[in-house]
Write a protein that binds this ligand. Structure first.
Ligand SMILES: Cc1cc2nc3c(=O)[nH]c(=O)nc-3n(C[C@H](O)[C@H](O)[C@H](O)COP(=O)(O)OP(=O)(O)OC[C@H]3O[C@@H](n4cnc5c(N)ncnc54)[C@H](O)[C@@H]3O)c2cc1C
Length: 439
């Protein structure tokens, strides 16, 4: 940890991908902060996240990726099957991206990833779990938040990393229903399963290391045997078959899950196995709506002391696994603007705090850079989900030519996203010691 930059203090709402990455970065930059998470940090939920090399580079800079990399099996081959298990396409996309990014493309348990981010923080007293933010007041010199425990905390900047149902976003735009910034066309059933048949432990459901997509009318899917003995999987179903969860609930009920799986149990996730097989060998499942959108309202307050990052302002479907990676990019852009400002002001002839105007400028610069990246992730995921569920007329055309398309074309979404990702430009690039320039 470096010397404190000043008595500037950041309050972070949310202790997940964006919030914990930001906390690590602030600690590395020597900026004071406190993180409030309304639930537990890194809860054991049993689900997974795909991590691109560009995200691992950033976490290398923070020194936390070594805690999550093993024992993932790099995702090298990507196969697309039709619902009857017929092979549509097979490419070495993962291998190509991993080779270019000098790091493997992996899919690991979300809890393992979040634990690695949490444990990377030296001063754990800055993390407060089971305490959510329920209000804030912004003034010209700072921001004061109120928590659900009745505490009031003062800071210089509040960052809402509080996800798709962001309370901070709602408070920032009190006259607008900000949930209308997102569209919901699909729901997703997510599961983790043992990689063996429920009645035969010797028989694998999928080859270890394989990553498969399913293209089928009305249900698309993804299944990754990406850690030894486990499969992470997801099934996307258009909402027209089932509206949103009961009012006031954010997840579907167990009977909704049973109903969804009974309709799609025979759909294949690879040549030999079906989603029904995966469900029977499950260790955990959950079904949630899949919101999509990039908030077109401002991402920061006019006074510059409240800003939003991650899913609070951009949400993609889960088909390509880009959402969490995009959240890390947002933190990079924000910190790349904030750190130079804090360094300038703390080293001024008369050291001082940044003004609200200076902060507002920095937040606008962050938003300007992250907005197109978020839109890219959102649009790529939008089309991938509609393709795999054959939800649009064009998907039927693409389906028949997909197997013939060159690997270079199929790899482009990941490769463009990965190749144009930001890093922390105030920290050494992890590959720089070898004298090589990344990207
Ligand atoms: C099925 C599915 C699969 C996915 N797969 C991938 C994948 O493979 N790869 C990938 O990169 N992304 C994936 N994503 C997306 C990824 O999960 C999100 O983009 C990522 O978690 C966003 O991180 P975040 O920190 O912005 O928000 P979240 O992860 O939603 O975290 C927000 C946090 O804020 C807390 N919080 C909420 N309100 C408050 C408050 N008032 N005060 C304090 N704390 C609060 C919440 O409890 C939560 O911990 C997937 C998403 C889904 C739904």
């Amino acid at each position: 940890m470096s010397e404190p930059l000043s008595d500037f203090k950041v309050i972070i709402a949310g202790g997940s991908v964006a919030g914990l990455t930001l906390a690590n970065a602030l600690e590395k930059a020597g900026v004071d902060y406190v993180l409030l998470e309304k639930r537990d940090i890194a809860p054991e939920l049993g689900f997974a996240l795909l991590i691109l090399p560009c995200t691992t580079v950033v976490h290398d800079q923070l020194g936390v990726s070594k805690n999550y990399l093993p024992p993932a099996i790099p995702f090298n081959i990507r196969e697309h099957f039709d619902g009857r298990g017929g092979l549509v396409s097979r490419t070495n996309e993962g291998h190509l991206i991993g080779e270019k990014g000098k790091r493997p493309l992996i899919m690991i348990e979300r809890s393992r990833y979040l634990r690695a981010l949490r444990d990377g923080i030296t001063d754990q007293s800055k993390l407060r779990s089971r305490e959510g933010i329920v209000g804030y007041e912004e003034g010209p010199h700072g921001v004061t938040v109120t928590t659900d425990k009745g505490n009031r905390i003062q800071g210089s900047l509040l960052v809402g990393a509080d996800g798709i149902h962001s309370a901070i976003r709602g408070m920032m735009h009190p006259t607008v229903d900000t949930t209308k910034q997102f569209e919901t066309t699909f729901r997703v059933l997510i599961g983790t399963s043992f990689n063996h048949h429920v009645d035969n432990k010797e028989k694998l459901l999928m080859a270890e290391g394989s990553t498969n997509h399913t293209i089928h009318p009305g249900v698309g899917g993804l299944a990754c045997a990406s850690i030894p003995g486990k499969i992470f999987w997801a099934m996307y179903v258009p909402l027209e078959k089932k509206p949103l969860p009961e009012s006031g609930k954010r997840t579907y009920s167990d009977s909704d899950i049973e109903e969804a799986i009974s309709e799609c149990a025979d759909v294949h996730c690879c040549a030999e196995s079906t989603f029904g097989d995966l469900y029977r060998s499950r260790t955990a499942t959950i079904m949630v709506p899949l919101e999509e959108g990039v908030v077109d309202l401002p991402w920061s307050s006019p006074g510059g002391r409240v800003a939003l990052v991650g899913d609070a302002v951009h949400k993609t479907t889960a088909t390509l696994g880009l959402g969490g990676n995009a959240a890390v990019d947002g933190v990079c852009y924000l910190m790349n603007e904030l750190v130079p400002l804090l360094r300038r002001t703390s080293k001024a002839v008369q050291p001082r705090q940044p003004t609200s105007e200076e902060l507002a400028k920095v937040m606008k610069a962050y938003e300007r850079q992250q907005r197109p990246r978020a839109a890219y992730a959102m649009n790529a995921s939008y089309y991938a989900t509609r393709f795999e569920t054959m939800h649009s007329w064009w998907a039927w055309v693409v389906r028949w030519v997909y197997g013939l398309l060159p690997v270079g074309f199929k790899v482009r979404v990941f490769s463009d996203f990965n190749g144009s990702a930001p890093v922390f430009d105030w920290l050494p690039h992890p590959d720089a010691v070898e004298g090589k320039k990344e990207q």
